[in-house]
Design a binder for this molecule. Sequence first.
Ligand code: BEZ
Length: 210
Amino acid sequence: MAIRLGDTAPDFTQDSTEGPVSFHDWIGSGWCVLFSHPADFTPVCTTELGRVASLKSEFDKRGVKCLALSVDPLEDHNKWSRDIEETQGTALNFPILADADRKVSDLYDMIHPNADNTLTVRSVFIIDSNKKVRLILTYPASTGRNFDEILRVIDSLQLTDSHKLATPADWKEGDDCIIVPAVSNEEAAELFGEFTEVKPYLRTVPQPAG
Ligand code: BEZ
């Protein structure tokens, strides 16, 4: 059955470049980005995995672990890892699942047969500390992902989990936020102090600290 936002991320055990991963135990009490790429030794994927490795401190700051996947075997992942380090200037610092038996790809519907019969598409799942799926993205093989966007969504999710706020189009950390419609003006004043009422349904407030 399709995985939807709010579902518990399906658990699995699979081999990886850092040993067997029992997914829920491996995530622990933090957040996770699980993402697939079509194949090892391919150019776009090489840049993507290098980029994720270079963003480790940004993911760490947000309490997020990254976990990559393709249907290639472990020995290919290990050989390709050396190419990534050489060409992207950063050694991998997160595991790549070796999903040759497609256990995880099938569980997460990462193979879209009308795009490619055997290779995974570029899927992204953001999973929170309750193991709930909070974002699902699917990109084609020809388009490398923007991992700044993944970090931006994590910032929005973590902010709006702890405040009665939402974030507008193109929001980024530090920009004004939107007060959710369920909050009355009286409650908004109590929670946030001053706010701007552009329309009764469109009220903005500076991003709260913390
Ligand atoms: C790539 O990562 O460059 C790629 C992989 C599969 C198909 C097309 C491009």
